[in-house]
Write a protein that binds this ligand. Structure first.
Ligand code: SF4
Length: 489
């Protein structure tokens, strides 16, 4: 039996749809980037660690079961990331299995676990402790001394029948972040399969045939956010609640480039970059792009801007990345300026949006745009502005992808914390609601809610239908456009 000091087990969301083409799908297969960095940090400190992504394991071997992993490897500590709420059920299912098939202690971490720590520890005896917020120092200390939980920063834990919270706090600073390495892929079992997981869906379809040419990596630029979008569980206010972080921090350009070099060596063709908390001073990115060019790194990117940029940024961006898979993305979310202003932390009006689109068009960079339905203050009438905006942009601009999905309910977001103020009624209010919801989806049972909320103006059904309507109208517009481009009619 191989021994480890710590096994990281990443949960997966299963959705069973009886009698459909794909009866059992794994979804949300992306793993938090921080897990890789934590494993690497412990590895460099001389600990024996390994990461198993249960969804990827199952994609590689349909007979995979967590209990067999626990019988095969002996570890006195198991770390389960519960970052995104969609893993609420599976993370706790794994914790129960760990207690059933091993003697390991179980520690949870990530946004969702941090936010719901008390409720999780009160309801699940299989969880010994939750790290609330940044986990680098807490995990190191936990491995050093497992008998003095009170000395471990950021830890909430069970002590007999009561819960306790360490009064020591750790918030990673820039230097801490620069000590991390997010690209030690050897520590992840079946990394080769993981880098091909470019979408949120894993393929458990036995007749799956899709050729996967593009490989994807995730690049860590920093931590935190400087604003609050109403729907986001990773905004400034949420970060303050679950991690104590008040301002975003950025990694040094040199460390980011080190990761990029490694990603290129690992034959990653495209990196996903989604960190732009200081749009008024994007000098960081100009310096980073210049270093990437200097190092002659040949890679594409999906770059998500958090608000429109100036022309110099777009030109610099274009000079830097391999165009093969490169796209630049923006999320106007709504066509209505009033709705956008109410919900987005970085507000921009439609004139600014079109001015940005014109600049990107001039540089011929493929664009991805994200819209949503169910925002606070949105009505069926104001959603017409979203459809009209969608029609205009697909007609006139190099749009390669335009999507509209109902906005989700994220724990710790302003909408979750202050539903009345944001004009919504919650159907999922606490951790057990999320746990039971995802348990029902995994079992293929009926669920009483799809989105977990309704707004003052729109039912769940209407919110879902609005997104569907957008997709139908806009995809037919896109089809007409390509028809004209290829066949001239
Ligand atoms: S969605 Fe809004 S609040 Fe969340 S990280 Fe992005 S800019 Fe910040």
């Amino acid at each position: 039996m191989k021994k480890y000091d710590l096994l990281f087990i990443h949960p997966t969301t299963h959705i069973k749809t009886p009698n459909s083409h794909i009866e059992d799908a794994v979804t949300y297969v992306v793993m938090p980037m921080g897990t890789m960095a934590l494993a690497d940090l412990l590895d460099r400190e001389g600990y024996n660690v390994r990461i198993f992504h249960t969804g990827i394991e199952q994609i590689c071997d349909r007979t995979f079961q967590v209990k067999n992993l626990l019988k095969k490897y002996d570890s006195s500590l198991v770390g389960i990331d519960l970052h995104w709420y969609v893993h609420s059920y599976d993370a706790l299912r794994i914790a129960d299995l760990v207690k059933q098939f091993s003697n390991a202690q179980v520690v949870l971490g990530g946004f969702t676990a941090s936010f719901f720590a008390k409720e999780i520890l009160s309801n699940f005896e299989s969880v010994d402790a939750v790290i609330q917020g940044d986990a680098e120092v807490p995990l190191l200390k936990l491995l050093e001394d497992r008998n003095s939980f009170e000395k471990i920063p950021n830890l909430m834990y069970r002590d007999g029948k009561s819960l306790k919270q360490s009064n020591r706090k750790y918030i990673a600073d820039k230097c801490d972040l620069d000590r991390l390495n997010f690209s030690n892929f050897n520590l992840l079992s079946n990394f080769n399969e993981y880098r091909k997981s470019i979408s949120q869906f894993g393929d458990l379809d036995p007749s799956g045939y899709k050729a996967k040419l593009k490989t994807q990596g995730w690049l860590c630029i920093g931590r935190g956010c400087s604003v609050n979008c109403s729907y986001c569980g990773g905004g400034k206010n949420a970060f303050n609640i679950h991690s104590g972080r008040r301002t975003p921090i950025l990694r040094s350009k040199e460390k980011v480039v080190e990761d990029l070099v490694r990603l290129e060596e690992e034959k990653i063709s495209c990196v996903y970059i989604d960190f732009d908390p200081f749009p008024e001073k994007r000098g960081y990115y100009h310096d980073l792009f210049s270093l990437i060019r200097k190092e002659k790194i040949d890679i594409s990117t999906n770059f998500l801007l958090w608000s429109p940029s100036n022309r110099a940024f777009i030109q610099d961006f274009k000079r830097t990345f391999n165009p093969l898979y490169t796209t630049i993305s923006l999320s106007p979310e709504s066509g209505s300026e009033k709705v956008r202003r109410k919900n987005k932390g970085f507000y921009f009006n439609n004139k600014e949006l079109f001015s940005w689109l014109n600049k990107v068009k001039k540089e011929r960079i493929p664009i991805q745009l994200y819209f949503t339905s169910g925002l606070s203050g949105e009505t069926e009438k104001s959603f017409e502005d979203t459809i009209n905006l969608g029609k205009k942009v697909v007609e006139d601009y190099p749009i390669v992808s335009i999507s509209c999905m109902p906005i989700l309910l994220e724990p710790a977001s302003l909408r979750f914390l202050y539903p009345k103020k944001y004009g919504i009624s919650l159907k999922l209010r606490n951790f057990m609601d999320f746990y039971n919801h995802f348990k029902a989806l995994e079992k293929g049972s009926q669920v009483s809610t799809r989105l977990g909320y309704r707004t003052n103006y729109l039912s769940e059904h209407q919110i879902i239908e609005l997104s569907q309507r957008f997709r139908k109208i806009i995809s037919s517009k896109l089809y007409d456009k390509w028809q004209k481009v290829f066949f001239g009619n």
